[in-house]
Design a protein around this ligand. Structure first.
Ligand code: ARG
Length: 583
């Protein structure tokens, strides 16, 4: 469906033309004086300069030519503004169009296009910590938004499964259990199918090895050597690597599932490995990769740089491939397998330079075709309620699972205390409210900004929170359930100002979602549904809905709040959470 602004701009342009002026002056905007009007056109002011006559004269001439049926108010005011209020009939027709069109008439601008969304970024063998919350939540929301617009959106978790943490675990394991066959170079048989460690062993081994690396240079060296040998294909180390993956992945999946974050692909840095040798050879042959102090680097600095952009390091002096290498090789794989129109990365903004470097390298070398867009959404940090970096009581990094558990426990206590649902539904309801609290608390901030995690504020049922939005949806659902079948009731003209405000807000769905997509800003969706929920609640408080005696009027009210509910549900789905039946 065409957006309201586009429709009324076209009509305004036609009126300019009919009045004898250049239609280009007929641009309409949302009013910046909502007390006076809903939309406005300031074109007469600019036109006056060209036509050398008073702007009010132009504004009046144009206003006269607008179709009165479209507006409750068309006012040409000094010095030459045209103020507009849409008519009930116009709005009614537009909303009925939204109600009956698929996906509320939002244009599927992405159909036929493919986007890879690289988010999550979990590191195998290390527990997810709170730093992994934002890339998971923001990435999932952006991916869903792209899918809604019709893109074939491929979410890829891009596991950190090829780096030093693997070598550290291998070296530590070798010290602890040297008798294992993985460490016997002469071993040619089949390695055991059972891993030599459990998940909780791994969770102890990795931090122990990581701590040892800092004080024991000889051990650190062995870990580096093991990492290199793993990457070079050492048979025993690859077998250990597979065990690590098998033990670690189910746990990562479980936690992402609990966040309702789902990846189409569970590929990792290791999956890029097969592409590295040919890529390096090619970059060398074409002169993009050059030796520098024993390492192989890809210079990406440009004359216009204001800050120094160091070269991309492809192969370190010890021969190991690093972050940039696997990221570039991953682009090779993605282009080859999916030929995407866009690749979007969601990571901490402290990685911005890395992405600047690899984007440049990919462009210069043609690893990514020129039409393929590359975007890095760098998110800010989630701090504690006091604004300081989030730490556990003993100063450690907080596990993501503990954070989710804290929120869940807090919400569960409320759900139980307020006897919101039957015992059998406590867990499901708790889960939905806790997710809404966590995700909305995060996504309502612009991704690039830091924010403070405030459990009680995020979980509150009032204010600008996820639970407030859920509460609004649940309230409408209960009215609809009392009314009975409502799904096919047509939209009617607004019966009062509250209905009209609500209807105007409903029409802003498409522009909001488009802007959120264009600027990678789920926070715009949050701001929108907060406004929409506010209008719904205002309407509900000021209007007798179920008590209305006139059945036709009542049906119109129901149709309107039903549409608002469907839109709220669409939007929270795009943010990555869902509403319970009762709250
Ligand atoms: N594993 C990385 C980290 O923990 C994030 C990976 C992000 N994606 C990428 N393609 N570099 O920092």
């Amino acid at each position: 469906m065409e957006k309201i602004l586009d429709i009324i701009t076209k009509k305004m342009q036609q009126a300019f033309a009919e009045a004898g002026y250049d239609p280009a002056f007929g641009r309409v905007t949302v009013s910046n004086r909502p007390d006076l009007c809903e939309y406005q056109c300031n074109g007469a002011l600019s036109a006056a300069k060209q036509y050398k006559c008073p702007p009010i004269q132009i504004a009046k001439a144009v206003a006269e030519r607008l179709d009165a049926a479209d507006y409750d108010l068309v006012d040409a005011v000094m010095p030459g503004f045209i103020n507009l209020k849409l008519s009930g009939a116009f709005l009614c027709k537009y909303l009925e169009g939204m109600r009956t069109a698929g996906d509320f008439g939002v244009e599927k601008t992405g159909s036929g296009k493919t986007i890879v969304v690289d988010y999550g970024g979990a590191n195998v063998a290390k527990p997810l910590h709170i730093g992994h919350l934002r890339p998971a939540i923001i990435g999932e929301s952006l991916k869903r938004l792209y899918q809604f617009f019709g893109y074939n959106a491929i979410g890829d978790v891009h596991l950190g499964d090829w780096g030093l943490q693997m070598g550290l675990i291998i070296a530590e394991l070798q010290d602890r259990q040297p008798e294992l066959p993985y460490f016997d170079p002469g071993f040619t048989g089949e390695y055991p199918a059972q891993p030599p460690f459990t998940l909780s062993d791994l969770e102890e081994i990795y931090p122990a090895a990581s701590a040892r690396k800092k004080t024991d240079p000889e051990f650190a060296q062995r870990a580096h050597t093991a990492t290199f040998a793993l990457q070079q294909g050492n048979r025993g180390y690859r077998a250990i690597w597979r065990h690590i993956m098998n033990v670690s992945l189910p746990d990562l999946r479980r936690i992402y599932d609990s966040l309702d974050v789902h990846f189409e692909k569970w590929l990792g840095e290791s999956d890029a490995d097969p592409y590295i040798p040919a890529m390096i050879a090619d970059l060398k042959a074409r002169g993009f990769a050059v030796e520098s102090e024993g390492a192989l680097v890809f210079p990406v600095a440009e004359d216009t740089d204001k800050k120094e952009v160091p070269p991309c390091i492809l192969v370190k002096s010890d021969g190991a491939a690093i972050y940039a290498t696997t990221d570039l090789a991953t682009m090779v794989q993605r282009m080859r397998d999916w030929n995407p129109d866009k690749i979007l990365y969601v990571t901490d903004k402290r990685q911005s330079l890395h992405f600047e470097q690899i984007f440049r390298a990919a462009r210069k070398s043609g690893i990514v075709k020129p039409e393929t867009e590359l975007e890095h959404v760098g998110h800010g940090t989630m701090n504690g309620a006091d604004g300081k970096p989030f730490k556990t009581r003993d100063g450690g990094v907080l596990r993501l699972e503990s954070l989710i558990a804290d929120m869940t426990d807090f919400v569960r206590a409320k759900v139980v205390e307020n006897r919101i649902v039957e015992d059998s539904e406590v867990e499901d309801t708790t889960h939905r409210i806790a997710l809404a609290a966590l995700k909305y608390g995060d996504l309502s901030n612009q991704p690039t900004k830091d924010y403070n995690f405030d459990l009680e504020r995020f979980a509150a049922f009032e204010g600008n929170t996820g639970p407030y939005i859920l509460y609004t949806i649940v309230r409408i659902k209960s009215i609809l359930a009392k009314y009975g079948a409502w799904e096919t009731l047509p939209i009617q003209e607004p019966a009062n100002d509250y209905a009209k405000d609500l209807m105007l807000s409903v029409t802003k769905l498409a522009p909001t979602l488009e802007a959120a997509l264009k600027t990678s800003s789920p926070n715009l969706i949050c701001a929108y549904i907060y406004e929409l929920a506010g209008f719904v609640n205002k309407f509900y408080h000021e209007t007798r809905i179920l008590g209305e005696e006139n059945e036709t009027l009542k049906a119109g009210y129901i149709a309107l709040i039903g549409l608002a509910k469907n839109i709220l549900e669409l939007c929270i789905g795009l943010l990555g959470f869902s509403a319970p039946e009762k709250m």
